[in-house]
Design a protein around this ligand. Structure first.
Ligand code: IPM
Ligand code: MG
Length: 361
């Protein structure tokens, strides 16, 4: 493997958080002689400005070549008025889909140092460690037909289609079962099988796979409305949660808040061979862009996930995660995770502190 990474900083706070993450990547690469190399490309609004489309052919060619992609965030008010099919978010959906990155892992882990930053009581979230496995290239995000049409009476009607084939359900459920076997051996599959046929098939398929191939995994099922409630009522009941594209989008934001801030949550989007795109779960936050106040830790932790899942460098991944723990121990906080008695720092200082902490290992 040539160990090539494509960095797509994107829009809004993307370039700032990525600059911090890149310093960390540089440090770990040199320190542990990982032999990684990287180049930059454009995606989203930045790509629209440069090439007129959110996922240009040049970026697609770079992405095809790379073993892993590190992404900041895309989108912003500047591009909200343009035609739907070439908005920044479409670039993100396109790269996910074209590279077949169907398995989206979103770990919601509470750093003990941040128990006070959660909106829930500390005892409800202490020790929280949930892994949300979201299907990322199917479901209502991609289903056809879709659009906005005009009815005979002249009224407009919007429509989308939620579709999942058995094979799509099986491959994501398999990822969830495999990952569960490396941790708490519990999978909760989230659906709306009481109303939607597509998720009735989802529930049936997940159940059959568990019975046939994963008898040691404890499988439960939950309707999405109940899951949303249980996540804030008693989140520690969950180990691995597997769900479709739309429910996963919503539940992962909710789970993020349990950990104090969405600014702490990394993610991995993997294909069947381990190629992956790694990005923070949060968006481009245009309202705070360019102010050096965004939290770079989700992106830095995404670097750790990349080292773990694509490059199989567990030691390097752990070193970064420990360094993040160390800077939190030092009391350093960006605005989103700030609490009394802590030291407020900006994006750059937070990134530099992680780099410095890596020196200590
Ligand atoms: C996410 C984001 C994206 C999604 C948007 C930006 C298209 O919310 O990664 O969760 O809905 O998948
Ligand atoms: Mg989302």
């Amino acid at each position: 493997m040539k160990k090539q990474i494509l960095i797509l900083a994107g829009d809004g706070i993307g370039p700032e958080i990525m600059a911090a993450a890149e310093k960390v990547l540089h440090k770990i690469n040199a320190k542990l002689q990982l032999g990684l190399s990287w180049e930059h490309g454009v995606l989203g609004g930045a790509a629209i400005d440069a090439h007129g489309v959110p996922y240009p052919a040049a970026t697609a060619a770079q992405a095809e070549q790379a073993d892993a992609i590190l992404l900041g965030a895309v989108g912003g008010p500047k591009w909200e008025q343009i035609e739907r099919s070439i908005r920044p978010e479409r670039g993100l959906l396109q790269i996910r889909s074209e590279l077949n990155l169907f398995a989206n892992l979103r770990p919601a882990i509470l750093y003990p140092q941040l128990a006070d930053a959660s909106s829930l009581k500390a005892e409800i979230v202490a020790g929280l460690d949930i892994l949300i496995v979201r299907e990322l290239t199917g479901g209502i995000y991609f289903g056809q037909p879709r659009g906005i049409r005009e009815l005979e009476n002249g009224e407009k009607q919007g429509f989308n289609t939620d579709v999942y084939a058995e094979s799509e359900i099986k491959r994501i459920a398999k990822v969830a079962f495999e990952l569960a076997s490396l941790r708490g051996s519990k999978v909760c599959s989230v659906d709306k099988a009481n109303v939607l046929e597509v998720t009735e098939l989802w529930r049936q398929t997940v159940t059959e796979l568990q019975q046939a191939e994963y008898p040691d995994i404890q499988l439960s099922h939950m309707y999405v409305d109940n899951a949303a409630m249980q996540l804030v009522r008693a989140p520690k009941q969950f180990d691995v949660v597997v769900t479709g594209n739309l429910f996963g989008d919503i539940l992962s934001d909710e789970a993020a808040m349990l950990t104090g801030s969405i600014g702490m949550l990394p993610s991995a989007s993997l294909d069947e061979k381990g190629k992956g795109m790694y990005e923070p779960c949060h968006g481009s936050a245009p309202d705070i862009a360019g102010q050096n106040i965004a939290n770079p830790l989700a992106t830095i932790l995404s670097v750790a996930m990349m080292l773990r899942y694509t490059f199989r460098e567990e030691e390097a991944a752990k070193a970064i995660e420990s360094a993040v723990g160390a800077v939190l121990d030092q009391g350093l906080r960006t605005a989103d995770i700030m609490s009394t008695g802590m030291q407020k720092v900006g994006t750059i200082a937070m990134g530099d502190a992680v780099v410095a902490a890596l020196d200590a290992f």
